[in-house]
Design a protein around this ligand. Structure first.
Ligand code: AMP
Ligand code: ZN
Length: 466
């Protein structure tokens, strides 16, 4: 089966075929964070699904070029820098750095490009695009000096979100607070400076001002990936108006079809509500790390639910992730001991590995894929218990697990002591303190079977690889 993806544009599953005539290169654009605060783990759900998507496509032989933008100018970043009394760039730099640290902790593969909206080359491109739209009669400057996109000039506006344009027309009941606009659905391309913006402004043909959020993404996406993308992603809240506006601006500017596939993840929820800064019901990654959870455990939780289903976040979900990872670690350790120095040439994958990959081919069916992984672990442990696994078999299983792990990125840190081993060491220490010497010896043997030697020292147990 080829990779099938659910395209929001058509509301259907479609075989994935990039524009590249060789069918290999994939141009992928992912809407990134607004850097006015630490990203919360709801944001990371979106970045995690994009990571799994990229990694799976790569496992299937595609070459993915991914762009993730940084929104470093908007109302929130401006309000933030003003309240801290620092220049915008200094204010956002702190949150950009934190964002990259968080991506690393979550093992999210770096994108090829992280363009920032305020970089001079992108601001110049946004202005160029708006000028072009104005020359075509698609953009107009209103009395307040801001420039708007005239949605009546783009009949397909509303198609991605399946919205009826008529619903966007002003009616007696809708208060149009941006009264300068011709129509309520028209959106800002360029926002004229006002006193709230303080020192934040750029010179433009329409006077001092700053770009609208939507044009930022259109400019950065087309600058880095060209006029036609293969995949554009975000959370469902991005569909309207953000992605709809991106399509309208980009297509009117380039005359080309902007993106072939639109993928959107459902929200991460807390007690039935979307996790959001504004709702105050959020955890940042840092909050969870401080509670003692690891980036790997949080990664597991974020990727373990199908991206189009809401993910209900709970701390007990993190505990369950810890248990699942202990199982994976213990299995991998056991295979390592059995395989010893044996290696096998890469070749056809085992059926268990193929089942995992095929589940992901089906619109990233991660629950199915993880189900196959745990079936595989159970079956393989049973075979090892029965001494039916040769060193070569173990090495082959490990080499196939490496393929899975290139997508999951859940393997224990090589340098670190696996949690499974750590737990056995703690249990053994408790048994020693309770003077249960028989139990303590059993646990020493269990550790040896996993390839770890324990030595009791005055400072406590010391563990080394055998
Ligand atoms: P923002 O910084 O608000 O522009 O959001 C950045 C990305 O995170 C966007 O793709 C949003 O759709 C996504 N996002 C925000 N909140 C959530 C949530 N609770 N669950 C999943 N994705 C979210
Ligand atoms: Zn965007």
């Amino acid at each position: 089966m080829s990779v099938q993806l659910f395209n929001t544009a058509t509301r259907s599953l479609e075989p994935f075929k990039p524009l590249d005539p060789l069918g290999l290169q994939v141009k992928m654009y992912t809407c990134g964070p607004t850097v006015y605060n630490f990203a919360h783990i709801g944001n990371f759900r979106a970045y995690m699904f994009e990571d799994v998507l990229q990694r799976h496509l790569e496992a299937r032989g595609f070459v993915v070029e991914r762009v993730m933008n940084l929104t470093d100018v908007d109302d929130k970043t401006i309000a933030g820098c003003k309240s801290c009394g620092v220049p915008l760039g200094d204010f956002t730099a702190k949150f950009k750095a934190a964002f990259f640290e968080d991506l690393k902790a979550l093992r999210i593969k770096p994108a090829a490009h992280y363009p920032a909206a305020t970089a001079p080359e992108y601001i110049a491109r946004m202005i160029l695009m708006i000028e072009n739209l104005q020359a075509q009669g698609i953009a107009y400057q209103a009395e307040d000096g801001s420039v708007y996109f005239r949605i009546s000039k783009f009949p397909r506006y509303g198609q991605l979100a399946h919205l009826n344009l008529e619903e966007l027309r002003p009616s007696g009941r809708i208060q149009n607070d941006e009264y300068e606009k011709e129509a309520i659905g028209d959106f800002a391309l360029w926002k004229a400076w006002n006193a709230n913006d303080g020192e934040v402004w750029w010179e433009s043909p329409w006077g001092k001002g700053r770009p609208g959020w939507h044009i930022e993404c259109s400019a950065m996406a087309t600058a880095l990936l060209g006029p036609e993308l293969d995949i554009h992603c975000g959370g469902v809240d991005n569909i309207f108006p953000h992605h709809e506006a991106e399509i309208a601006q980009s297509e009117c500017y380039t005359g080309r079809h902007f993106s072939r596939y639109w993928l959107h993840c459902a929200h991460l929820m807390v007690e039935g509500q979307k996790m959001a800064k504004s709702a105050g019901n959020f955890y940042t990654l840092r909050d969870l790390l401080e509670k003692g959870y690891t980036g790997r455990e949080i990664r597991y939780v974020l990727l373990s639910v199908h991206y189009r289903l809401p993910l209900n976040f709970t701390l007990s979900g993190l505990d369950a992730a810890r248990t699942a990872l202990v199982r994976i670690d213990a299995w991998v350790e056991r295979l390592r001991v059995l395989a010893g120095e044996k290696t096998v040439p890469a070749g056809a994958t085992l059926p268990a590995c193929e089942r995992f990959l095929e589940a992901l081919d089906d619109d990233l069916n991660i629950s199915g894929a993880l189900g196959h992984l745990f079936d595989w672990i159970r079956e393989s442990n049973r075979a090892m218990d029965a001494n039916e696994v040769s060193a070569e078999d173990a090495a082959k299983t490990l080499s196939d697990f490496a393929i899975l792990n290139s997508i999951l990125a859940l393997e224990a840190d090589k340098a670190a002591i696996p949690e499974a081993v750590q737990l056995l060491v703690e249990e053994r220490q408790a048994a020693r303190e309770a003077r249960q010497w028989g139990r303590s010896d059993e646990l020493r043997d269990a550790l040896a079977a996993l390839g770890w030697q324990v030595k009791d020292t005055k400072q406590g147990p010391q563990i080394t690889r055998i």
